[in-house]
Design a protein around this ligand. Structure first.
Ligand code: SF4
Ligand code: SF4
Length: 376
């Protein structure tokens, strides 16, 4: 997939064209998934029409804090990111890998007939595009590819949205992952609510994005429209709730594995694993085998796991990371340092979810700052 990143092909659509976009994608066989309000949060789930979007809602976020609030307008994308990410559609939380049936003295493996829907992701933010690109490296970037991920990923149509506001825990500017979508989308929108008008600028990043766009009424953007997009993303960039100094961060962490800050954070961390569950790039999983009572059938399931569980590092009768300190240090040094050696990129895209959804408000940006200020 390619994103032009240029403003040359910028077009303008009105609000009603969003309904037509949904219809155009459905006609092409896509199952629409995107943001919707449920249980007091904005989650990602199947959508039928634009009425399912969080129309007129916004969110307030800070360390350990998330709250929905009504907006004064009918914005479709007037919030930041919620507890869920696109990971749940591409790297499923629970997946059966195979079944087995007893055959005489042996058994026969019955492979899974995986036939996922063609997804259209609606409302993907720039940090999330970067998270998907990171996951692509992890799951399908090397010689050993995850077939389940590949099957889901290869058909995804991505409708990105440039962020019109930043959240209290966002730091995509520090991680150079936002707030403007520059690559990895089929279509990229900017929502504009000004002077009593509700419009969207739209840019195609791929041929199939361009092809869908031909079904939608639109006009060419003017210089003023282009300036409006730049103004919106610049304003968002100036609102970041958090910052992280990433200068030589890999060596900073490698050289401070014995820093006293790890003991300090361990006194607060509950090892609850929330930060890894909400993180769009964390990919740890475990496998579980189950049999039925007759002993005739067995199944192997893959489930999300976390480096914060003691079982995850259980090897030959013992847990390698038995302390909370060692688990938090493993997680943060993997995200920000060893990930770079492993995949050539940071494992953190600055979405802020781990800060918002940590029940005791542990803040990865604050932990980096504390280590940097008193480094060896
Ligand atoms: S840092 Fe927070 S979210 Fe992560 S395991 Fe510790 S308490 Fe849970
Ligand atoms: S480590 Fe935290 S801020 Fe970074 S990508 Fe994961 S959830 Fe987002």
């Amino acid at each position: 997939m390619r994103g032009s990143g240029a403003m040359d092909g910028l077009r303008i659509m009105d609000r009603s064209s969003m309904d037509l976009l949904f219809e155009a994608l459905k006609r092409r066989g896509f199952a629409l998934v995107g943001p919707t309000v449920r249980d007091g949060a904005i989650v990602y789930d199947t959508l039928d029409s634009t009425a399912d979007l969080p129309v007129g809602w916004t969110d307030e976020q800070d360390g350990g804090t998330y709250r929905l609030k009504k907006r004064a307008d009918a914005a479709l994308f007037g919030y930041v990111v919620g507890p869920q990410s696109w990971k749940k559609f591409l790297h499923q939380p629970v997946l059966r890998l195979w079944r087995a049936r007893r055959e005489g003295k042996g058994f026969q493996i019955i492979p899974e007939n995986d036939d996922p829907p063609k997804f259209a992701f609606i409302g993907v933010r720039s940090c999330e595009l970067h998270a998907i690109a990171v996951s692509d490296k992890v799951f399908i970037g090397g010689p050993f590819q995850d077939s389940s991920y590949r099957l889901r990923r290869e058909n995804v149509f991505i409708v990105a949205v440039n962020c019109g506001q930043a959240g209290g825990t966002c730091f995509c500017v520090s991680m150079k992952t936002g707030p403007k979508a520059t690559a990895g989308f089929d279509l990229a929108l900017t929502e504009v609510l000004e002077s009593g008008r509700h419009t969207f600028t739209v840019e195609a990043g791929t041929e199939r994005g361009e092809e869908v766009l031909r079904d939608l009424p639109h006009t060419e953007a003017t210089e003023r429209d282009r300036a409006t997009v730049e103004r919106i993303v610049e304003k968002t960039a100036s609102q970041m709730g958090r910052t992280m100094d990433t200068t030589d961060i890999k060596n900073l962490l490698y050289q401070n594995l014995d820093h006293p800050r790890w003991d300090q954070v361990a006194t607060r961390c509950l090892s609850c694993a929330n930060c890894t569950m909400v993180c769009p790039t964390c990919f740890c999983s475990t496998v579980e085998d189950v049999t039925d009572l007759t002993g005739e059938h067995a199944e192997r399931w893959r489930k999300w796991d976390s480096c914060f569980t003691s079982d995850f590092s259980y090897v030959h009768g013992g847990t390698v990371r038995s302390s909370v300190k060692s688990r938090y240090r493993q997680w943060m040094t993997h995200k920000l340092a060893t990930w770079i050696d492993q995949f050539g990129t940071s494992g953190c895209v600055g979405c802020g979810r781990c800060i918002t959804w940590c029940p005791v408000a542990i803040d990865i940006t604050e932990e980096v700052r504390a280590i940097r200020e008193t480094k060896k």
